[in-house]
Ligand binder design. Structure first.
Ligand code: S6P
Ligand code: ZN
Length: 188
């Protein structure tokens, strides 16, 4: 996209999550090694193929103070063992950067954990749920439905992503299928 500091528009397919024009990035099972609790189930899934877990359509702007980045994420339905497909999840490198997640289609949970206290929350999301993610809260979306979970995110362009910090700390909440229903479980 040519950036000339002029207003511009994109088109978002609200059901499919596809943004035109935008750049798509696919995250596959092989990119998410170590993420899911059941390592044996992960190994078995990998033997079946390297399935897509989510696709992100980013609307690029310069990563400078004052700019707003936005994207859609299409999180496909699926499970590794009993654990539903989820995004990797992250803190923002800029500890003052908040974010808004708005669900356009599908259903699931947004899992959050606060960096200092370790306080954790799960928020049920369906089409139309818009969640304010305060600064310092790591965030991860989980698809508990049978169709793709599509959400639109907007956040400060200079926020950056800290995946490593979340990986080291671990995410205390997980969502598993129990009796054909999602169940949010606290680990440890
Ligand atoms: C960025 C925002 C989303 C995620 C995307 C994929 O701040 O939260 O665009 O990047 O949903 O998730 P993840 O955890 O792999 O970046
Ligand atoms: Zn974020």
């Amino acid at each position: 996209m040519n950036w000339d500091k002029r207003p511009f528009a994109v088109t978002i397919d609200l059901e499919a999550g596809v943004v035109t024009p935008a750049e798509a990035r696919v995250t596959r099972l092989s990119d998410l090694e170590g993420l899911f609790v059941d390592e044996e189930a992960y190994r078995q899934e990998r033997e079946k193929g390297d399935l897509r877990v989510y696709t992100v359509y980013s609307i690029p702007v310069p990563e400078e103070r004052g700019q707003l980045l936005s994207c859609t994420t299409i999180l496909y339905p699926g499970k590794v063992g009993k654990e539903y497909y989820m995004t990797r999840g992250h803190f923002h490198l800029d500890t003052q950067a908040a974010e808004v997640y708005t669900c356009l289609s599908g259903e699931g949970y947004l899992l959050l954990v606060e960096d200092g206290s370790g306080e954790a929350e799960s928020i049920k999301v369906v089409k139309g749920t818009s969640v304010y993610v305060p600064a310092r809260w790591a965030h991860r979306m989980v698809n508990c439905g049978k169709i793709p979970l599509v959400f639109y995110a907007v956040w400060p362009a200079e926020a950056g992503h800290d995946y490593e910090r979340l990986r080291e700390k671990g995410f205390p909440l997980r969502v598993f299928e129990e009796g054909e229903r999602p169940s949010v479980v606290r680990l440890g």
